[in-house]
Design a protein around this ligand. Structure first.
Ligand code: ATP
Length: 514
């Protein structure tokens, strides 16, 4: 099965089992907007809990807030979003398809790399044992020519984008002879800047109404509340403010399911530090965030850092945490050292003094900021694609199993009476009643026990608890583990402890604090 086929199956599975639905599907959906279903919302909430607790509970110097989506329009002037939150777009006149001009060039660059890899693979086959890959890469004429073309395009792209030279971007697309993937032609419009912010109007009459934006990131809600939180919480630098909330971007090209959406959710933490110490904190958070991902146990080699060469105007260091999705390594989280840009801008635009008074040294300064910013939906996709497994069993049957870490699984346990009589359903219901205040558990008595196990595997339930005739005699039940399919007999009275231990976030947190 190719990765593309796997990804399609995963999307179908997420819908079939109530994790994710296209938005307003009865009207044929809305592009790049999705709804989370009955199980999706549970998984999403557990992911958020893992992040929130790792930030606020594990750190006594990080507190949370929940700011509004609408903010004073000046916020977005100060932050630079009104002026510069743009993507360069270009249309193909034949197919009428719209593209991000920088992405077209990046894809062309990636194609040169693919061609190089093909040359290397071909030569490796031809030379067999005697193949010296290093030498081939540094001396082969065709490889060198492709690498030179790639590097030249890369340098030119950086130059024209940095200079905001839109005619230059178009000229580069023409020079590289990039064709539209749909029409196959080079019939391009000019490149235009497109602002990614959604706007709407606030106020009851059109005349008196003012334009407000749907926030494109949650971070600004934290910056404008810096003084409120610092003063009321008596926070001492270094300290952080965390927030989870919706963000909106009118993405030009939205694709890859919930990877790039127009309405999505972010988990952001802004950490305020003394100027001069930001690099040390940047390093700290870079490592902490990578550990947070790796603690989930999907495999350390499926993550990598991608350090930015081209920095945003406000940043003095930036890196992405990338995860290996079925469609390749892609960003799930950004860690940015944002200097004092945001607080200084808000001080300038609001006319308020936004500074921190250090009681020990007696000095006032504008704090520097290190930010960690992760998309909940991208994290959901990471967890879902890492968990999705198709397995052939020893008895020849096949099963789809979602190997969620137990702490994130939507349903923690299913309670299954072996038959629908002899007092087994009553005992099973009693077990459910005993567990339901602490955990999301399901009761299921329909179909054979094998079918019920398969249904629970398909939604990633870590434990199935089966009540049989012996149970009503001695109070014991069988528990069956999702991944190993091993079964064991335990006292029903021990179930709360067994499940508490299994689904606790604590083992993940222990790994973080090591
Ligand atoms: P990209 O380069 O993929 O557009 P970005 O660098 O613009 O992302 P940031 O502005 O750093 O992203 O946002 C922080 C995080 O928010 C990203 O790492 C990602 O997880 C998430 N995110 C950003 N845009 C989207 C989107 N359109 N849909 C879903 N998640 C998103």
């Amino acid at each position: 099965m190719t990765q593309e086929e796997l990804f399609k199956k995963l999307i179908a599975h997420s819908k079939e089992y109530g994790f994710i639905f296209p938005s307003s599907e009865i009207y044929d959906g809305l592009s790049a907007v999705y709804d989370y279903g009955q199980l999706g919302v549970e998984l999403k909430n557990n992911i958020k809990r893992y992040w929130w607790d790792a930030m606020t509970k594990l750190h006594d110097n990080i507190v949370g807030i929940d700011a509004a989506i609408f903010m004073h329009p000046k916020t977005w002037e100060a932050s630079g979003h009104v002026g510069a939150f743009n993507d360069p777009l270009i249309d193909n006149k034949d197919s009428k398809k719209r593209y991000r001009a920088d992405v077209l060039i990046e894809e062309w660059i990636a194609k040169q790399d693919e061609k190089i890899e093909k040359e290397v693979a071909k030569a490796a086959k031809r030379f067999g044992e005697a193949f010296d890959e290093q030498q081939f890469r540094t001396t082969n004429g065709r490889v060198l020519e492709l690498a030179a073309k790639r590097d030249a395009a890369h340098a030119k792209m950086a130059e024209v984008l940095n200079a905001n030279d839109l005619a230059g971007v178009k000229a580069l697309i023409e020079e590289l002879e990039i064709v539209c993937p749909v029409s196959g032609t080079k019939n391009w419009t000019d490149v235009r800047q497109f602002n990614l912010m959604f706007s709407t109007q606030m106020g009851s009459t059109a005349d008196g109404a003012s334009i407000v934006y749907l926030r494109p990131e949650t971070a600004q809600g934290i910056f404008v509340n810096f003084l409120n939180v610092q003063k009321t919480g008596r926070m001492k630098i270094p300290f952080g403010i965390a927030q989870i909330g919706k963000a909106f971007r009118n993405e030009i090209v939205a694709r890859q399911f919930i990877f790039r959406m127009r309405e999505f959710e972010q988990m952001e933490m802004q950490f305020f530090v003394k100027p001069g110490t930001e690099m040390q904190w940047f390093e700290h958070w870079r490592q902490f965030r990578m550990n947070w991902h790796r603690a989930l146990g999907f495999g350390d080699d499926r993550y990598r850092f991608h350090d930015h060469e081209k920095l945003a105007h406000y940043a003095n260091a930036a890196t992405d945490v990338e995860y290996e999705f079925p469609f390749g390594f892609k960003e799930v989280e950004g860690i940015h050292s944002r200097t004092d840009f945001d607080l200084s801008q808000h001080a300038k635009f609001s006319g308020k003094k936004i500074q921190y008074f250090d009681t020990e040294s007696g000095e006032s300064y504008t704090p520097y900021v290190v930010e960690t910013s992760i998309g909940v939906d991208r994290m959901f996709l990471q967890v879902f694609s890492a968990a999705y497994t198709e397995e052939k069993l020893d008895n020849g049957e096949e099963r789809v199993v979602l190997r969620f870490p137990a702490a994130l699984a939507p349903v923690k346990a299913a309670v299954l009476p072996l038959v629908k009589k002899d007092g087994l359903p009553e005992m099973a219901r009693k077990i459910v009643d005993d567990l339901k205040f602490d955990h999301f558990v399901q009761y299921d008595e329909k179909d054979s026990i094998g079918k019920r196990y398969r249904r629970q595997d398909a939604i990633g339930t870590p434990l199935c608890i089966t009540v049989d005739h012996q149970s009503t005699e001695d109070g014991s039940v069988t528990i069956r583990h999702r991944d190993s399919m091993q079964q064991e007999r335990v006292a029903a009275a021990d179930l709360p402890t067994i499940i508490n231990n299994l689904v606790s976030l604590r083992p993940l947190f222990d790994k973080l604090l090591k």
